[in-house]
Design a protein around this ligand. Structure first.
Ligand code: ASP
Length: 341
């Protein structure tokens, strides 16, 4: 080969390498990422297009608010709280306004919030007059040395810190009342004084709508928040997984997770923390860990989770008919879904 040919050849191959490097760009890590859920179980697939559309619009509105706050540089903790407040105020979801009824036809609300950058967390259980339980949970985190306040004590704390209060009936919606009647009828027919058997799966039609949000902010901090009215027809001061750190809500420096579904199952299997532990100690990716727990540990129809990791990877995994959810990041992702795509 002549010298000239060799030079020309090497020049072309350098160009080729440069070209192939440019033609397969590696997606940059997002600077922020957010996921929210509006509950697992969901409307039946047969739900009218209008009903589905209403829920999508509600999810989009909350996701859009979260996106704007993250673009402005707000902290993961502030964004998670703000987004959950929007979902609590929206009657489509089983949290705040629109919460399910307990057996007595009243509402008892559970919520928690966790700051992964400090491991600080706060929770409330069985509150009855607090308009936005997630914000009371945050105040438990910031203004007390405790993690979880329940019932009357949580109400007294609410008075002390001056959060917005409402009558218990303010949370009522006609739809949830109808569902309570169905549940009580069914209970009467089955003649069960204690409700369904200990391990019976919940009826996913009855309880969908718990809300949650997980966030990675521009500084790499993670946070998770979850809020719920619990299960329709619940009894005796029942508390679910939403206010139990590590069960229905969890954040540390590696992952943030929020769950929805049969709370008892999420508590038994410490679902949110298990997902984090698989990533931390088991070397699994966030998606592998989430799918292993949702599809391998929980039972079909138990529910699902949303999660984000410190790299900004987002996951929504569920084993129910669907899960109301929204995912967005700084790379332009913005999607809202109910069923499989
Ligand atoms: N996990 C909630 C609870 O058990 C209910 C739900 O997510 O639908 O209280």
């Amino acid at each position: 080969m002549s010298i000239r040919l060799v030079v020309a050849f090497s020049f072309l191959s350098v160009l080729g390498v440069a070209f192939s490097a440019c033609s397969t760009p590696v997606a940059a890590r997002p600077t922020w990422a957010i996921a929210l859920h509006g509950g697992a179980g969901t409307l039946e697939r047969s739900a009218s297009v209008e009903q589905q559309q209403e829920h999508r619009v509600a999810l989009e509105r909350a996701l859009q608010a979260g996106r704007e706050r993250l673009q402005r540089g707000e902290s993961a903790l502030d964004v998670a709280e703000a987004v959950v407040r929007i979902l609590e105020d929206d009657p489509h979801f089983n949290a705040g306004k629109g919460a399910v009824f307990n057996e007595k036809g009243e509402h008892e609300l559970d919520a928690s919030i966790m700051d992964g950058s400090t491991m600080a967390c706060g929770a409330v259980a069985g509150v009855r007059t607090v308009k936005n339980p997630v914000s009371l949970a945050r105040l438990v985190m910031e203004k007390t040395r405790h993690v979880l306040l329940m019932g009357e004590g949580a109400e007294q704390f609410a008075t002390l810190v001056g959060v917005e209060r409402v009558e218990n009936t303010w949370f009522d919606t006609e739809y949830r009342r109808k569902v309570l009647q169905e549940v009580l009828e069914e209970r009467k027919l089955k003649g069960s004084a204690l409700g369904s058997a200990r391990n019976a799966p919940r009826d996913p039609r009855h309880d969908y709508g718990t809300v949650g949000c997980v966030v990675r902010d521009q500084n790499g901090r993670l946070a998770a928040a979850t809020s719920t009215g619990g299960l329709t027809g619940k009894r005796w001061g029942r508390v679910g997984d939403a206010p139990i750190v590590g069960a229905g809500n969890y954040a540390d420096g590696i992952v943030a997770v929020s769950g929805t579904g049969t709370g008892e199952q999420f508590i038994r299997h410490t679902v949110a923390r298990s997902i984090g532990a698989r990533v931390q100690f088991g070397g699994q990716s966030l998606a592998e860990a989430a799918n292993a727990v949702v599809h391998g540990v929980l039972r079909p129809d138990d529910g699902g989770i949303i999660a984000v990791d410190r790299e900004g990877n987002l996951v929504a995994s569920y084993n129910s008919t669907g899960m109301y959810r929204g995912l967005a990041d700084s790379n332009g992702r913005f999607e809202v879904a109910i069923f499989e795509k």
